[in-house]
Every structure is written in structure tokens, then in C-alpha cells.
Design a protein around this ligand. Sequence first.
Ligand code: NAP
Length: 264
Amino acid sequence: MGTWNGSGRRVVVTGASSGIGAAAAVEAARAGAIVALVARRADRLADVLAECRQHSPASQMVVADLSDLDGIEGVAAELVDALGAVDVLINNAGVPKRRGVADLTPDDVEGVMHINYFSPVRLTLALLPGMIERNDGDIVNVSSMGVHMAAFRVSAYSATKAALEMFSEGLHLELAGTGVRSHLFIPGSTDSEFSSKKDGNDDPMPRDPKSVATSAEVGAALIASLADERFITYATERDAASSARRNADPEVWLANLRSVFSGM
Ligand SMILES: NC(=O)c1ccc[n+]([C@@H]2O[C@H](COP(=O)([O-])OP(=O)(O)OC[C@H]3O[C@@H](n4cnc5c(N)ncnc54)[C@H](OP(=O)(O)O)[C@@H]3O)[C@@H](O)[C@H]2O)c1
């Protein structure tokens, strides 16, 4: 994969107040981009913005709750005002929903769908016409290995990312020739606040520390994926290999998983 030249690119990163989004925002600023950071926690965004401004002084932040779907067009307009135009949209904001299928409520399922699927789709639809008009743009949707290999207690969450993957694939197909590129970025287990989120989540399943990437590693891979001609980028070689093994024989994969986690 080549190195992304962000010089002068105007980049929006949602979910930039922590974890993968914060790391990706700083990486983009380091590559010369002017970055606009979006999330709810203003204090945390301000810390990330200060780091971005060391590399890219014109970077900005917009505090917004992206689960408020009716507010998304207003957020898009604020972002265009702040940057002049948006060349790169990184839809990274997301929440987990760790709960066994038998315990899920309809509200659980709909709530996680709002922030993880409907919200990035609305932001994309709001910013896409400008990109098509300029014959230039990149849209990165951040999915999850949860779509590529089954895991326990994340069915509602994984379904939101499966929806986002197919939307991204549709964009990729239909935008060919417009100058606007759709990228699908797939992280596996990553060290961030995601796994310690409490509100409405069961405790996380135990993870093998050897298979957990750092947010810095994954944020850098996300920005590097902008230089990749391929539509799909796995955050690590390990994730790509796991996906291939699971696809080679899903039945064997599921049986192994059940035996490893039986009784938990
Ligand atoms: N960590 C993993 O193991 C892992 C694995 C696969 C995929 N992913 C995906 O990677 C992405 C980033 O996750 P992460 O690991 O970096 O977790 P994180 O540290 O918890 O970051 C999540 C980000 O989303 C923002 N966010 C959440 N709800 C929001 C809302 N309603 N409005 C605006 N912003 C909101 C949070 O900001 P505020 O709270 O300040 O709003 C935060 O900046 C997510 O899409 C996640 O699904 C993570």
C-alpha cells in the first residue's frame, strides 16, 4: 500500500474524540490534510484538535450528536462552512451493543442501527452531491470484523455494520467514473474505549491480547487505505487471514468458536 498524500485535502472524521478516529485524524493532519473532527465530547475533541493543529493549523472541530438523524443535514452544512468543502468523509463514529440475542429488545436493535448505519448514510447523502459536482471525493466507511466472523453477543451491532458494508459496496459500484471513491475499512479487535463501554452493554468477551491492535496502528492503516486502489482494506494482515479462514469453511469456524466459548 502506498503513502497517502493529504496535502490540502479537506477531511471529516466522525468519532474523532477517542480511539481509532482520534488516531486517524492526527494521521491525516500529519499527512497534510485540513481535518474537521466530529463527536459529542467537546473536551476530548479539543485535545485531539490541538494535536492536529500542530501539523495542520486550519483544522476544526464540530460538536454534534450524530444519533440525532434530523440534525445531520445541519452538521453537514456546518462542516462545509468550516472547511469550504469536504473532499474526504470518514464515517467512523460507532457504538457497540453487546447483548445476547435472547436478551435484546427492539429498542436496543433500533438504537444501535441509528448511530452505526442511518447516521453515516445520512451524512454521506448530504455530502455526496458536492463531491460528484467536483468530480472528486473519498468516502470511507468503518465496518468491523464482526461482519466477517461470528462472535458472541454482538449480533445487533454486527448487523449494523453488515448494512453499512452493503451500502458502501453499492456506492463503490455506482460511483465508478464519477471521481468519487468508496472505501470499506475493516478493523478487528482494537484497543480503545469501545470494549469498556458500559451503558446498555454486557461485559465484553475475553480477547486474546496477541490479537488486539492499537488504535494508533489501526488509525494509520485507515488513512493509508485512502491510497489503496482496492475497495476493501482490513486493518491488519491478521484480520484478512481470519476472514479468509472463516470463508473457507464457515461450519468449521462456527464449531470451533462454540467450543472455545462454551459455558461463558
Ligand atoms: N475497538 C474495536 O475493537 C473495534 C473493532 C471493529 C470496529 N470498530 C469500529 O471502529 C469505530 C471506532 O471505534 P473505537 O474502537 O475507536 O471506539 P471509541 O474509542 O469508543 O470511539 C467511538 C467514537 O464514536 C463517537 N460517537 C459515539 N456515539 C456518537 C454519537 N451519538 N455522536 C457522535 N459521535 C459519537 C465517540 O465520541 P463521543 O462519545 O465523544 O460522541 C468516539 O469518538 C466504530 O465504528 C467501531 O464500531 C472498533
